[in-house]
Design a protein around this ligand. Structure first.
Ligand code: SF4
Length: 298
């Protein structure tokens, strides 16, 4: 059972809307994340090495959310709420607390559009509410010509391979279960897509794998796909760079010298690598008609 805390605010207005995630607001009902991905950007001294041990439920989240949404709605400040930016909204613990389902009911009540980002097939529980939000949410005026849907549902992957998933996302559901949920979301008429972030160099981003992602996700019914290569931070034991390099040393020792060279003095892959990666995914995006945006360009 996770610890609980009281927070002062739960719906956060963002300074800028990200081109991929389209976040006007972020909503995190839990602090930390039991999916415990080694590459997670939230890693740092606040949460320690095992993110699952610091998982905390925000006990007054729904009460605060209702007040914050009511105020924003009164001022006509409807915007896209990203659920979530610093945890997963469908952690196993949410089966008991139902914070995500109750939050969606509030978003529906106040007609806020939502962008759900998850690694879990447990989102299927809430397809009914996501469909209702999709139908009646108030789209921000500046997006009205390019966004016709009130719900975006993005499934997050760093691989489609079960074993690779276990190595780098030890607490998360099998990627194949996510893929099945994506198919179900598309069949349920939801506007759904994929975040392929981060792909792991030479482990889950080889040429054949890239083609396979586009073929597989296109066939599954994805409407968009956001690909990105790896970024890692920090040199302390709890930091993503330390943890990912340790996993590479354990499972892919032949790749360790490359990873050490790339990340010894940098947080991102070398520019030449990134350029080649984005050139290739741009080509695939065009071939498979899977845009790198959930917006419709008109
Ligand atoms: S699911 Fe997302 S928030 Fe949770 S550990 Fe993985 S990357 Fe971090």
């Amino acid at each position: 059972m996770p610890a609980s805390i009281e927070v002062k605010t739960v719906l956060r207005k963002t300074k800028h809307r990200d081109g991929w995630f389209l976040d006007d607001y972020t909503l995190n009902l839990y602090s930390s994340c039991s999916f415990n991905c080694l590459y997670c950007y939230i890693r740092g001294s606040k949460y320690g090495i095992n993110l699952a041990e610091k998982l905390t439920r925000k006990s007054n989240a729904l009460e605060l959310l209702e007040k914050q949404l009511a105020l924003r709605a009164r001022k006509n400040q409807h915007g896209i709420v990203v659920l979530s930016s610093a945890t997963d909204p469908y952690l196993p613990t949410d089966e008991k607390y139902l914070l995500t389902r109750e939050a969606l009911k509030l978003l529906l009540k106040f007609r806020f559009p939502v962008h759900v980002i998850t690694k879990s097939p447990a989102v299927e529980r809430d397809f009914d509410l996501l469909q209702e939000i999709d139908a009646i949410a108030v789209i921000p005026t500046d997006l009205a010509t390019r966004l016709k849907r009130g719900t975006l549902l993005t499934f997050s992957f760093s691989t489609l391979h079960t074993e690779t998933g276990k190595r780098f996302e030890p607490g998360a559901p099998d990627p194949q279960l996510r893929l099945a949920a994506l198919k179900n979301a598309a069949a349920a008429g939801l506007h759904t897509g994929v975040s392929l972030m981060p792909l792991l160099p030479f482990i889950s981003d080889t040429g054949d794998q890239l083609i396979n992602y586009y073929q597989t996700f296109s066939k599954a019914g994805a409407a968009y796909l956001f690909p990105a290569t790896l970024t890692l931070h920090g040199n302390l034991p709890e930091h993503s760079k330390t943890l990912v390099l340790a996993a590479v040393a354990q499972h892919y020792p032949q790749l360790l010298p490359k990873y050490q060279k790339w990340f010894q003095h940098a947080d991102q892959m070398p520019l030449r690598y990134r350029d080649a990666f984005y050139q290739r995914v741009n080509e695939l995006s065009r071939i498979y008609k899977l845009p790198m945006s959930a917006l419709t360009h008109v």
